[in-house]
Write a protein that binds this ligand. Structure first.
Ligand code: AMP
Length: 191
């Protein structure tokens, strides 16, 4: 299996690049943000609960997010591998993911971190908010809170994967095509 964590702050281009990489490597794309948004649309209890956190730009509690992610993986027993997008976001999620994958006889091969400056992130997110309808992309203070949480709670995961020799930083500014090429280059160097 090939299991990748596509990492980076909100607006780094994880969704865009995931869509390109799953085609190249025949992987399953699991975006916890997308799954929460689907649940909100479907009016499920999970969606209702997640919305109260997402609207503020806060993280949904670990236990709920981890259980949801594991259940999505369990739905695809024959997968060739996964791109985890927006997960893990905390140390607890990263270590739960490691334990879970070990229990399935597999592991994370690499964390690919898209590196983008804060000013560029804010402008990308506000632009996305004009077309996506995502409420958390339309409010500058919610965007800033998401970036702050990323810096405080999530960016430390670079060290978590670096300690396992699995961290790859990739320039996330420039053309979409060029960034995909850099990601493919990093993936091919480990496979
Ligand atoms: P995203 O689509 O990745 O930008 O996520 C949108 C929102 O969903 C985040 O701001 C969080 O509120 C929530 N969310 C997504 N993934 C996670 C996660 N791994 N842990 C906690 N909350 C998450």
């Amino acid at each position: 299996m090939l299991n990748l964590v596509l990492f980076g702050p909100p607006g780094a281009g994880k969704g865009t690049q995931s869509a390109r990489l799953i085609k190249a490597y025949k992987l399953i794309h699991l975006s916890t943000g997308d799954i929460f948004r689907l649940n909100i649309k479907g009016g499920t209890d999970l969606g209702l609960m997640a919305k109260s956190y997402m609207d503020k730009g806060s993280l949904v509690p670990d236990e709920i997010t981890i259980a949801m992610l594991e259940s999505e993986v369990n739905k695809n027993p024959n997968a060739k591998g996964y791109i985890f997008d927006g997960f893990p976001r905390t140390h607890q999620q990263a270590s739960a993911l490691d334990d879970f994958l070990i229990s399935k006889g597999t592991s994370i091969n690499a964390m690919l971190a898209l590196e983008v400056e804060e000013e560029e992130l804010i402008s990308r997110l506000l632009k996305r908010g004009e077309s996506s309808g995502r409420p958390d992309d339309q409010n500058t203070s919610v965007i800033k809170n998401r970036i702050k949480i990323y810096e405080k709670e999530t960016s430390i995961l670079k060290d978590y994967y670096a300690a396992q020799n699995k961290f790859f930083g990739v320039e996330g500014q420039g053309s979409i095509e060029k960034i995909t090429k850099s990601l493919i280059h990093a993936i091919d160097s480990i496979t």
